[in-house]
Ligand binder design. Structure first.
Ligand code: KG4
Length: 343
């Protein structure tokens, strides 16, 4: 009754993740193993470490997701023959990380005869919004903000994506990570910065709002990052203690002001009435609130993914895989990873 069962595999960065969903898009199991702790002391993801950790984790994650899905469905453990399709993230991402998931998916499909479908990681972040708003329908505007991407997209239809603009240098998540690194706050920077910012004064320090009035949808984050680091160094040299909450709040406000301003213009120019956000930075409470406030006044509905599917996960990949499977978008066993895949 619940239709096909789809297994998804995601290994584009530092999370080894798999999920099983049914034909109604309901999650039967969602398992994430992260190697984030192994990257923390380097202040960012080390690609070779990520690859090795995927190799270590992937069989265990598979056994766990099949066991959890089995328990959910009232059987002992799911067998490959219970599945209808395997979906795997083919890109974009770190090539040495992607190939681990792709090779595992191909091995599984080669040994079982299950069909294979390739999934675009960014489309996964976009469709994670369906867990919050199942009736979300194009056209709408989406902001994709993660450690690797910052873009505004006009979703004209599912699979019909017009990228309105993107960052010309750093991604938003990357800026959070680099500021946190400069403050010795570890990796990833987003969660710790946003927690500090929640009790800071965002007007304490003025940081530049780059390209805010550039009349396009491009973003630039590297100047802001440099301004924050220059500020930190200046305070350190002067022997003044840094008020971390104020610094975090002021930095975040500079990011959010530009994100919101460009999103508003995109929604106005395209004439849509829905706006959504995807990617790890979508977990940021102040960003969510700023969108809700601004768009609330305009009567535009704002959707953000549930917290558990903001960061990289298998469930969002499974949603895309299910759509692909139904549309007959399949790959043969020559599928390769594409680290630069476009939306
Ligand atoms: O989507 P994701 O898990 O991986 C990528 O595909 O990049 O996003 C991770 C990024 C990191 O840069 C992290 O610092 C950021 O998302 N992030 C946040 C928050 N939580 C995670 N950024 C701002 N505020 C947050 N609360």
């Amino acid at each position: 009754a619940a239709g096909p069962l789809v297994l998804s595999i995601e290994s584009s960065c530092d999370e080894t993740a798999m999920a099983v969903i049914n034909g109604r898009g309901e999650i039967c199991a969602n398992v994430v193993a992260t190697s984030v702790d192994f990257h923390a002391r380097f202040g960012g993801v080390v690609p070779e470490i990520a690859s090795r950790k995927h190799v270590e984790a992937i069989v265990g994650v598979y056994e766990e997701v099949m066991a959890q899905a089995g328990a959910h469905l009232g059987v002992d453990t799911l067998a490959p023959s219970d599945l209808s399709c395997v979906g795997v993230t083919a890109g974009p991402g770190l090539v040495g990380a992607l190939v681990v998931g792709v090779a595992f998916a191909k091995g599984l499909c080669a040994s079982t005869g299950l069909p294979l479908t390739p999934v675009n990681h960014l489309e996964g972040h976009l469709m994670a919004n369906l867990f919050q708003t199942p009736d979300l329908q194009p056209p709408f505007v989406a902001s994709l903000v993660s450690g690797g991407n910052t873009m505004l997209v006009h979703v004209r239809g599912w699979g019909d994506y017009q990228v309105l603009g993107a960052t010309i240098d750093d991604a938003v998540g990357e800026a959070f990570d680099k500021v946190a690194k400069a403050l010795g706050l570890g990796y990833p920077g987003g969660p710790v910065i946003s927690k500090l910012a929640a009790r800071g004064n965002k007007k304490a320090i003025h940081f530049p709002r780059a390209m805010m009035h550039s009349h396009d949808y491009s973003f630039s984050l590297s100047g802001l990052k440099t301004a924050v680091i220059t500020y930190i160094e200046g305070e350190n040299r002067a022997g003044r203690p840094i008020n971390l909450p104020d610094l975090a709040a002021s930095f975040e406000a500079a990011v959010i002001d530009v994100q919101v301003a460009k999103a508003v213009t995109a929604v106005e120019e395209t004439g849509v009435s829905d706006f959504c956000v995807g990617g790890g930075v979508a977990a940021n409470p102040q960003l969510r609130e700023a969108y809700r406030k601004r768009f609330g006044r305009m009567g535009v509905r704002v959707t953000v993914p549930p917290m558990v599917v903001c960061g990289d996960n298998g469930a969002m990949i499974a949603v895309v895989a299910l759509r692909n499977y139904r549309a007959g978008v399949l790959a043969d066993l020559s599928l390769d990873a594409n680290p630069n895949a476009h939306l």
